[in-house]
Design a protein around this ligand. Structure first.
Ligand code: MGD
Ligand code: MGD
Ligand code: SF4
Ligand code: MO
Length: 721
């Protein structure tokens, strides 16, 4: 040991953010990690999850060998096998399913995007199955498809163009970033004077910094969006020239939103009329304004139309593709998300067989299957038998709605393989478990709208492989190698050929910015069929949908289910991840449900008590720890999503606090199949056991959430006892 220290630059992937990372190695072993001050996007920023990265490499829980099931499904009995044996077994089962029941009987599962998603789609297309299931329906795609159908592209807030006003709508980007460290850009814009309007049923730390906080009732966003459109038109606050030249369907939308007058919208959303009007004026009168909409909007049966109404607002206010507004970026000339999946390999006949294709047509256009549709298909063998599934980087037993149906469906499959870094509850159900490498162990091109970057392998964990390598190997075993590349490096070279760099050269460059161009429509029009912004959409109408976005009221509370439950993503975790890492779970050991002081008093519960959240008063609920806080309204509760206990071997014990045990796909968005995960009527009952009494620990002074959002007030509300 020489004690020699080196530093390698890479790009963090503990969330979607992609912060520049400096990894310090001593004798080849990672000993430190920090933000890269030279990274032009993140400029040195690094959060608690980024700092936890090295735990991934050292964690005793990391899977380091492929496993084959030896006991009944879910029993957790596995034996170690070699990579060759494991991949042979996966390939053998996929072949068997394809031969017996057709290619469509093979399904791929993919979680939230991890920069290899396009590989999974390419494998599916090469095999000839149209079925890739994932959380797209409640994550990014309601927003993506609403923008694409309305104005032919996807927009991002142009923070560098200094928006005067930013609408943070069902999104808390300061905590969640995504797509290129948006939180850092947002904070920069605020420092330079942008004013913030937050639309969120929860008073987040970000909301406390806002000029206006519209604390609406969960699930009423579409009514608010239509009401804002109404105000813009009624007050002549819209960009008439833009509307005349570049939109279609204005009159139809105008007639439709007349029903959403100020007092109606105030009644639906629970907001003061004057607050709505002030927000409308502030947004519309600003010369530059953008909207950052998130999963607060996407996780409901009104997801797509709410995003469509928000897209219309951007157009009406004249901020579309304008400086400081909502800008459509041209893709960079690399073979990335668009080209790499090779949709041309999937025949029209096979594409038409996509599960949920007739029920949720717009989601299907994006290539995804909604979990609810897949659960039904598997359990009913309808429209055809689903036989095998390979899951890459997803934990559906915790992340998909309706855990009971998910478990039944996964258990019914003839064959299930799961690629993951850890033994998750989903992996416990698998026949074959494939140990995946972490971001520190990978060569990968990170593709964002505003730049591409090189994530380079820093360290090797013996036994683990990247998903890309697994897919290359599987393709070869299925005689589909000719649709892929001889090696990962060949694939990376091919992806970069459009910018005339090899992977080895790009690693040295590290980061390449995209060029931003405004108002491209002035010469080229919008990339819609009409060439305009479709405020009323004839294509959707022809598919049997409403031409204009509509408001669907959320389910009402009842005497038995008096609370509206919503959720948010936590700062120290990433969806269902990192519950086993010391750095992230040190201070945040249990799932919390935030309850207003008055409601807590009514239930006779205080900070640190356990409550059960239920949908069925007779049935089992989900157990969480109470956090009493007036950051929510008395009839609203906010439950942590994605919770499971890595220490528990039994699947049900491990998922006892997973909120998706009580969500379902009963109320779904007609376009996207989005399930209602936010805005769910629930009941609460205290859990009183002697054990709970004895185990009750004092609440930590500062939660990790408080650390992130800057300390002070919001979550420090005192117990009512
Ligand atoms: N009730 C409720 N449900 C929700 C949400 C909510 O807010 N409320 N949020 C929804 C949203 S937006 C999303 S995106 C989904 C997330 O759903 P998922 O994507 O299923 O969940 P994750 O926890 O992000 O990732 C799952 C697994 O990927 C593994 N993993 C990480 N990196 C890699 C890798 O490189 N390769 C492989 N093979 N495995 C890897 C992790 O160890 C983890 O077990 O959940 C959705 N579900
Ligand atoms: N730290 C961290 N970062 C993450 C993730 C994570 O788990 N942790 N997950 C990643 C993923 S997969 C995604 S999709 C993104 C999501 O990123 P965001 O869209 O920012 O997601 P959330 O923080 O879950 O939700 C945003 C806000 O919606 C609010 N909300 C809840 N219900 C409603 C409602 O009915 N209406 C409105 N208007 N707001 C509502 C919540 O209170 C919350 O503050 O974050 C990504 N980044
Ligand atoms: S914000 Fe995301 S990318 Fe940046 S350091 Fe944190 S986890 Fe890593
Ligand atoms: Mo997501």
């Amino acid at each position: 040991m020489s004690g020699e220290t080196t530093t390698v630059k890479s790009v963090c992937r503990m969330c979607h953010g992609g912060c520049g990372a400096l990894v310090e190695l001593t004798d080849g072993v990672p000993t430190g990690i920090s933000g890269d001050p030279e990274n032009p996007t993140s400029r040195g920023y690094f959060c608690i999850k980024g700092k936890a990265s090295l735990d991934l490499v050292s964690s005793p829980d990391r899977l380091r060998t492929p496993l084959a099931r030896t006991g009944p499904r879910g029993s957790g009995s596995f034996k170690p096998i070699s990579w060759d044996e494991a991949l042979d077994e996966v390939a053998r089962n996929l072949r068997r399913s394809m031969e017996q029941f057709g290619s469509e009987s093979v399904v791929f599962g993919q979680g939230t995007d991890r920069n290899y998603q396009e590989w999974v789609f390419r494998l599916a297309n090469a095999i000839g199955t149209p079925n890739v299931v994932g959380p797209a329906h409640v994550c990014f795609y309601p927003r993506v498809m609403a923008s694409i159908l309305t104005y032919g592209g996807f927009t991002f807030c142009d923070y560098h163009g200094d928006p005067e006003v930013v609408l943070l709508w069902g999104s808390n980007k300061v905590n969640t970033h995504s797509d290129g460290v948006i939180g850092v850009d947002l904070l920069g814009a605020l420092e330079r004077g942008s004013r913030l309007v937050v639309i969120d049923p929860r008073r987040t730390r970000t909301a406390e910094r806002a000029t206006l906080h519209l604390q609406l009732k969960p699930g009423t966003d579409a009514a608010l969006a239509l009401g804002l459109i109404h105000l813009l038109i009624a007050h002549d606050w819209y960009d008439e020239q833009f509307v005349a030249r570049h939109t279609s369907g204005f009159d139809e939308l105008e007639r439709h939103v007349r029903a959403y007058d100020l007092s109606t919208v105030a009644g639906i959303t629970g907001l003061e009329p004057s607050l709505i009007e002030t927000a409308a004026r502030m947004y519309a009168r600003a010369s530059r304004a953008c909207i950052e909409a998130g999963t607060g909007v996407s996780q409901s049966d009104n997801a797509f139309d709410t995003h469509r109404a928000i897209a219309a607002l951007s157009a009406l206010s004249g901020n579309l593709d304008a400086p400081g507004g909502d800008v459509i970026w041209d893709p960079m000339p690399i073979e990335g998300r668009r080209g790499f999946p090779r949709t041309d390999l999937l025949s029209e006949e096979q594409a038409a067989k996509r599960i949920g294709g007739t029920a949720h047509k717009v989601l299907s256009m994006s290539g995804w299957v909604a979990p609810g549709d897949l659960q039904e298909a598997i359990l009913r063998d309808s429209p055809y038998r689903i036989s095998s599934m390979v899951v890459f980087g997803s934990n559906p037993l915790v992340s998909h709605e309706n855990a009971t149906a998910t478990e039944a469906a996964l258990t019914k499959l003839d064959f299930l393989a799961v690629a993951d870094m850890f033994m998750t509850p989903t992996a416990r159900l698998a026949d074959i478990v494939l140990p995946a490498s972490s971001w520190l162990e990978r060569d990968q091109i990170v593709e964002f709208n505003s730049y591409i970057a090189a994530r380079q392998r820093v360290v090797t964990v013996e036994g683990a492989r990247s998903d890309e390598e697994m897919i290359l190997d599987l393709a070869r075993r299925l005689d589909l190698g000719h649709h892929f590349y001889p090696s990962l490096e060949d694939a990376l070279d091919a992806k970069l050929s459009g910018i005339d760099l090899t992977w080895q050269q790009f690693k040295k460059v590290g980061h390449l910015p995209n060029t931003r161009r405004y108002r491209k429509y002035a010469t080229a029009g919008f990339r819609t069929r009409s060439g305009r912004v479709d405020l009323a959409h004839r294509g959707l109408e022809a598919m049997g949908y409403d031409a204009v976005p509509v408001f669907r009221p959320p389910a009402s509370t009842t005497d038995e289910l008096p609370f509206v439950m919503t959720s948010a993503h936590n700062l120290p975790f990433f969806n269902t991840e990192f519950r086993q890492l010391p750095t992230t779970s040190r201070r945040y050991r249990e799932p919390h449900v935030t309850i207003h002081p008055r409601s807590a008093a009514g239930l006779a519960v205080a900070d640190g008590d356990q409550v059960e959240i239920y949908r069925d008063p007779e049935g089992a609920g989900v157990v969480m720890t109470v956090k009493v806080s007036d950051t929510v309204a008395p009839d609203v509760i906010v439950a942590d999503a994605g919770w499971w206990y890595p220490g528990e071997e039994d699947i049900h014990a491990a998922t006892r606090s997973s909120i998706n045990r009580i969500t379902d796909s009963g109320r779904r968005d007609p376009y996207m199949g989005s399930s209602t995960l936010r805005g769910v009527p629930v009941g609460l009952r205290p859990v009183v056991t002697a054990e709970a009494e004895a185990e009750k620990e004092p609440e930590p002074e500062e939660t990790a959430d408080a650390e992130a959002e800057g300390g002070g007030g919001a979550h420090g509300a005192h117990s009512t006892h």
